[in-house]
Write a protein that binds this ligand. Structure first.
Ligand code: NAD
Length: 353
């Protein structure tokens, strides 16, 4: 806790339902902690603890970079999502979350679905990202894709002096919920795209929606890196940027929705910079979904979510500006901007209401 600066860690266990988990609250300067609840068959409590510490700290930065009134938190449940779930387990989790008295809000992440939290919300109102019929805000891929598109426009503005994407070339990795919508934005803006996906039928469905002259081609998954394009747009898996893939890239920038794209932040961030490839920090450009679920806490207003998500454009330009000015990697520039913002808010909150 001292190393990462956490405020609170809460271990939960309930024999009857088999619930076993950890809630980590990293920093609540900006507001109550917010972060997803992940379920995985962790090998050990130590492994689960390491994951929740790391992810909750990441949420402080993700909330801070897009200026929502939430701090960083995360929950992990130790168990196999395919075998260990039950309505009672999630209700029990809801009771523990309620016990935190509003210091922590959560929703879906890897291994959990909105339906799981339909059970949890019977015991607590501290859940976001519920199905529409339970008052949730619905598909987060819509604002997430808009944020990626704004990030690509800001990157074009920074690199080429105009955010006009007409005639620009993109390689999109993964055309699932977010990737397919990003492709739609790029095509509407006049861009041309190469696409790949391991799911061949999904790839064909998305490719069929694109005018012939704007579809540069569909390629095998391993061939997406070496294409001669302006921007590489990873919207599939994390940890895809490392020595082998970075050496093959022939783009000017990487801007995509995938979480944790750099296998090793410092090492591979530096490698991209050495190759003259601009990297848009993923936790900023993919924050549209977070903006949407955070908005639920204020009474969801779709227009406000889209307006805030468009702010990713300006914030990314600030990140690029600071990185250039201080000669530091873009991910570090984003971290520094967040740390400065948290200090300013801490000062504002020093006056008693
Ligand atoms: P998704 O599962 O709907 O889509 C991912 C797509 O990538 C799938 O079509 C899958 O077949 C494809 N894929 C998997 N491995 C691949 C590979 N090796 N090469 C090419 N394609 C591959 O997921 P999504 O919701 O679209 O999310 C995409 C990424 O964005 C994920 O990393 C996710 O964590 C991140 N993200 C999503 C959201 C959101 O709101 N959905 C928000 C923030 C970040």
């Amino acid at each position: 806790m001292a190393k990462y600066g956490h405020e609170q860690i809460h271990f939960v266990q309930h024999k009857g339902t088999g619930l076993k988990g950890i809630v980590a609250i990293h920093d609540t300067t900006l507001g109550p902690a917010l972060g997803g609840c992940r379920m995985r068959p962790y090998e050990s409590e130590a492994e689960a603890l390491f994951d929740v510490l790391r992810l909750s700290k990441g949420m402080t930065y993700k909330c801070g970079v897009v200026d929502v009134d939430n701090g960083g938190g995360k929950a992990v449940l130790i168990g196999d999502p395919n075998f260990d779930k039950s309505p009672e387990l999630f209700r029990m989790f809801g009771r523990f979350v309620e016990g935190l008295g509003g210091r922590f809000y959560t929703g879906t992440d890897m291994g959990t679905t909105p339906q799981d939290f339909v059970h949890a919300q019977r015991e607590s109102k501290r859940f976001v990202g519920l199905p529409l019929e339970y008052g949730g805000s619905g598909n987060t891929a819509v604002p997430t894709a808009l944020g990626v598109f704004e990030g690509i426009k800001a990157t074009a503005q920074w690199l080429w002096g105009s955010h006009d994407l007409y005639g620009k070339r993109f390689a999109v990795q993964g055309v699932g919920k977010v990737g397919a919508l990003v492709v739609q934005h790029l095509v509407e803006a006049g861009g041309a795209v190469y696409l790949t996906d391991v799911d061949r039928s999904q790839l064909e469905v998305v490719a069929a929606t694109i005018p012939k002259e704007q579809l540069l081609g569909t390629v095998a998954p391993e061939d997406i890196y070496a294409l001669d394009v302006d921007v590489f747009v990873p919207c599939a898996l994390g940890a895809i940027l490392h020595e082998e893939t970075i050496s093959r890239l022939r783009c000017a920038a990487v801007v995509g929705s995938a979480n944790n794209q750099l296998l090793d932040m410092e090492k591979h961030g530096a490698l991209l910079a050495m190759r003259g490839i601009l990297y848009a920090p993923d936790y900023l450009v993919n924050a549209g979904g977070l903006i949407q679920v955070a908005d639920e806490l204020q009474g969801y207003v779709p227009e406000r979510v889209l307006a805030k998500t468009r702010g990713i454009y300006e914030m990314l330009l600030q990140v690029y500006g600071l990185a250039a000015e201080q000669g530091i990697p873009t991910w570090l520039a984003a971290d520094r901007l967040v740390e400065a913002r948290i200090e300013r808010v801490r000062d504002v909150k020093s006056v008693r209401l």
